[in-house]
Ligand binder design. Sequence first.
Ligand SMILES: [Zn+2]
Ligand SMILES: [Zn+2]
Length: 113
Amino acid sequence: MQRYTPSRKDKMLELRPTCEHCNKGLPPESLEARICSYECTFCANCVNDILENVCPNCGGGFVPRPVRPAKNLKNDNFLGKNPASTKIKYRPVDLDAHALFAAAIKSIPAEKR
Ligand SMILES: [Zn+2]
Ligand SMILES: [Zn+2]
């Protein structure tokens, strides 16, 4: 069995630094970070209260973002080697447009969209 040794070229979760809608800080250890399958990143409050579990960019649902270990527990697979992104993606959602978009989608479970 080959062990996993990610290189710089590997695609991995970006761990974006803030909520795309409200710009709240979402450090890598945050338990409030939510992501869609495209890594659109929002805080739990925005996902629950504003987005209603509908990603404004793709229409998919959200899941809690996993926490990358801060300590080197195994094979250099940790934040020290693969740090979180520092590139802020702050694109507040157009709330009226999202309400229309989400109206038809939010009642459908994410796995059936
Ligand atoms: Zn937010
Ligand atoms: Zn999305």
